[in-house]
Design a protein around this ligand. Structure first.
Ligand code: UDP
Ligand code: MG
Length: 328
């Protein structure tokens, strides 16, 4: 991406900047003690800022919330937001954005795959005037070869369908200025593909790279099924190109079918019909049905999204929170 001109951020002289850290978590009891310890010593090492860690409990079924509540009792920097059930990481992040009070927020995973030690670098870019500092992974930790390949080809395919840049290799580890937080909170859609939203809102972006670590403890919450869901979500929320493709395929197939029709019509008129070509018929029928079903499926994906959006349901419910929402 091209470098953009930025001007240093003007901060109030009297007040220390408040930096929020937003961490959605779901069944992470093994990793939480390590997270507490690592974040605390990190925050202690940067007393020039005020800190706030907002832990969003995405319906964990383990003791995670209890651990966070205890942390909140003993250290006022730690806050929690308890969602009413498991909504998925995307929604949990958005819920957290409503609650953070900072001048900027750093979003990171609970499993310490996103090292907190990168935060000072993010902050320094933020102070220089960037609104959205995102970390892309130079390496992806110990992921399987297949998962890496699939994810890379997915991003490059998605990019070909849209003019908005798709960020490859960027997770959700990023720093957002208050202006971006407010922009994100003002988006009315219920279904949110955050990766798409982050780029869509614009603002001054800065990329930094890091080596993604392996999980500190516990195991990943994503399986192939969930990832495929996210992938389709990504496409249908980013672009309507599949609809166009299905129009063109439909057009092409209809043209070919018309050609065939003329051919058979003329042939029958001239030479009569000696019942032949049964295999051709079967093949054509199957092919056409396949194309039709595929197009219907694609349309269905979009109609499904419209259906869910028109219900105007809130994206999530909060059961309890240790702080008041700032947005909303
Ligand atoms: N997560 C969540 N809700 C979910 C699944 C995951 O809040 O339904 C959190 C999880 O606790 C972690 C982050 O999202 O903090 C990333 O999850 P994970 O490490 O399982 O994903 P990976 O790093 O393997 O992509
Ligand atoms: Mg992880």
């Amino acid at each position: 991406m091209d470098e953009i001109m930025v001007t240093p951020r003007k901060l109030s002289q009297i007040k220390k900047p408040l930096i929020s850290v937003l961490i959605p978590f779901y069944n992470e009891k093994e990793v939480l003690p390590i997270l507490f310890q690592r974040m605390n010593s990190f925050m202690d090492s940067m007393p020039e800022y005020d800190w706030e860690v907002v832990m969003v409990n995405d319906g964990s079924s383990d003791t995670g919330l209890l651990q966070v509540m205890q942390m909140h009792e003993s250290d006022a920097r730690w806050q929690f937001v308890d969602l009413s059930r498991n909504f998925g990481k995307e929604v949990a992040m958005m819920a957290g954005l409503d609650y953070v009070h900072g001048d900027c927020v750093v979003i990171m995973d609970a499993d310490l795959q996103d090292p907190p030690e990168l935060i000072p670098e993010m902050i320094s870019w933020w102070l220089r005037g960037y609104d959205d500092v995102y970390a892309t992974r130079r390496s992806r930790g110990s992921e399987s070869w297949l998962r890496r390949r699939l994810s890379l080809s997915y991003y490059s395919m998605l990019q070909r369908t849209t003019k908005i840049p798709v960020l490859q290799n960027a997770g959700d580890f990023r720093l957002l200025d208050r202006i971006c937080i407010n922009a994100l909170c003002s988006m009315p859609e219920v279904q949110r593909y955050t990766k798409g939203l982050f780029t869509w809102i614009g603002f001054r972006k800065k990329e930094i790279t890091f080596d993604r670590a392996d999980r500190a403890a516990g195991k990943t919450k994503w399986n192939l099924w969930k990832l495929m869901g996210l992938a389709i979500e990504g496409i249908t929320s980013y672009t309507t190109v599949p609809l166009r493709i299905s129009t063109f395929v439909g057009l092409g197939v209809s043209l070919a079918a018309f050609g065939f029709m003329m051919y058979y019509l003329i042939k029958t008129l001239l030479w009569g019909d000696a019942v032949q070509g049964f295999p051709t018929l079967v093949v054509l029928l199957l092919f056409l049905c396949g194309v039709i079903l595929l197009s219907l499926g694609i349309m269905g994906e979009y109609i499904g999204r419209i259906f869910i959006e028109t219900k105007r349901r809130p994206a999530f419910f909060v059961r309890e929170a240790s702080l008041k929402p700032r947005n909303k």
